[in-house]
Design a protein around this ligand. Structure first.
Ligand code: SAH
Length: 463
């Protein structure tokens, strides 16, 4: 039997759900972060369980043919990218297998019930993210640093030039914004936030770039009421190409949540705009907007294809964000009702409908699991209670049971489920499958190259 600190050589034969390499030695399964399928590696055992263990990669003895040189210097330490050392084709295979296995194991569907199409690759595998969130802190030498959290911790890995960020016209806007803020803090003697002592001012910086419009918004999250000499900082930030919206978000809570409830505008209208296909969107800092615009268009087209609209349909778009999917659907439907919990996103959605001249949509504010059952019990004869299609696009935790039950009672012809977590997707599909719906087809979409995350669109049809 192996014990902590034992060193051994193993060949990696599989990939775990978090992208870790899996190797087998007599009767024992090893999980090894940063090892790639096909690698022969020397590892050190860190933690043992009955018949498996977690081990640390010490040396790649024979590299796998799927191994590539990570483009980012801090790829191993940073918690953002788990798969940078894996070639893109293998990343896609890993994601397909992850979705398929979850649907089978957690969803309890047989192979013959799973109609899965090949994954849609991302048109860009680097420089695809339109949003960055940098924590700001201090390093061991007491210098101000910004970057990303190391996996599962809150220690900041210094990195100004994340390789995933969009660089409009080749300019690394994220790095420019962060350097400007850091220099300003150093000159003004402004302290970054310290979690331990709950002191210091600057906690996070959020940057969002409109891929088509190249508009940039900067939101600085602070543990206080204002930034001293903010006027000067504003002027420096405005020198960076595209920056047109600057705000300060107040978060004085001692918690893990990045943003607080109040945002004060330093410059600009409080939002940026972007286009997807021909539709124009307004996006506020608190609103969700898909991070990979290149794949998002492909995802929405797939969702639209699965909705199979003729122009007569009544549709619910649950978890509607700023109304992106709703507005795409509305162009081919009779009516769309969107439901979203974040108030800023709901007001963005209403304005987005207006600026695109789309009148057959309505947006309701609140939790889908409250709004939809209430609507159904209070207006049983309303048009909305007999929808043709329900689209859901929940966060990772999936749909609430109460919501799923009401959806089933509403008895739509089709349910289009857009998911960013195939485990909760599988759980929810399992319930739908036991309640009169069958999986017609599904397609994974790679929205997050270099990471273990994968998006999936599923069409469930009434039996
Ligand atoms: N469909 C949109 C948003 C998807 S992200 C798009 O593609 O852009 C999920 C959205 O669900 C977020 O906007 C989040 O604020 C919202 N949300 C989270 N919990 C919710 C709930 N219980 N009810 C309604 N909306 C919720």
């Amino acid at each position: 039997m192996y014990q902590k600190n034992d060193e051994l050589v193993v060949t990696i034969t599989d990939v775990g759900t978090n992208g870790e390499g899996i190797g087998k030695v007599t009767g024992f399964t090893l999980f090894i972060k940063d090892a790639i399928i096909g690698d022969e590696v020397r590892v050190k055992i860190m933690k043992t369980k009955k018949n498996y263990a977690f081990a640390k990669l010490l040396e790649v003895i024979t590299p796998s043919k799927h191994r590539v040189e990570p483009i980012c210097e801090v790829a191993r330490q940073c918690g953002g990218c788990q798969l940078q050392a894996m070639d893109y084709e293998t990343q896609l295979q890993f994601k397909e297998a992850k979705v398929y296995n979850n649907i089978k194991r957690i969803g309890g569907l047989d192979s013959c019930q799973i109609e899965m199409h090949p994954i849609i690759a991302s048109p860009k595998t680097l420089n695809y993210r339109n949003k960055a969130q940098f924590p700001v802190g201090k390093n061991a030498d007491g210098n101000i640093v910004y970057g990303f959290y190391a996996g599962r911790t809150h220690s900041i890995i210094e990195s100004g030039d994340c390789k995933l960020g969009i660089c409009p016209d080749g300019v690394d806007v994220n790095a420019k914004v962060m350097e400007t803020i850091k220099t300003f803090m150093e000159v003004q003697g402004i302290e970054p936030y310290d979690e331990e002592s709950h002191s210091g001012l600057v906690r996070h910086v959020l940057i969002r770039i409109g891929e088509k419009t190249k508009q940039v918004s900067v939101c600085i999250v602070i543990n206080g009421n204002e930034i001293p000499n903010a006027e000067y900082l504003t002027q420096r930030l405005l020198e960076i190409p595209g920056v047109c919206d600057i705000s300060v978000n107040i978060n004085k809570e001692r918690n893990n949540v990045i943003m607080g409830l109040h945002t004060n505008q330093l410059y600009g209208p409080g939002y940026i705009e972007d286009y997807m296909d021909e539709v124009k969107f307004r996006i506020s800092p608190q609103s969700f907007y898909q991070v990979n615009p290149y794949s998002t268009e492909l995802l929405y087209r797939k969702a639209l294809e699965y909705a199979d609209l003729t122009g007569k349909e009544i549709i619910w778009d649950l978890y509607s964000g700023i109304g992106t999917i709703s507005l795409f659907l509305a162009q081919d439907a009779k009516k769309v009702i969107g439901v979203e919990i974040v108030p800023d996103a709901v007001s963005d959605a209403k304005i987005n409908a207006e600026i695109n001249g789309i009148g057959n949509v309505e947006f309701l504010e609140g939790a889908a699991e409250d709004i939809v059952p209430k609507y159904f019990s209070e207006n049983p004869d309303a048009e909305g209670c007999k929808p043709d299609v329900i689209v859901v696009d929940p966060p990772r935790k999936g749909c609430d049971m109460k919501l799923l039950k009401t959806m089933i009672e509403m008895n739509p012809e089709r349910i289009v489920y857009v998911s960013c977590d195939s485990a909760t997707l599988a759980r929810d599909i399992s319930l739908l499958s036991m309640s009169g719906y069958r999986m017609k087809e599904m397609t994974p979409v790679d929205m997050f190259p270099q990471t273990v995350h994968v998006e999936t669109v599923v069409l469930m049809e009434k039996q």
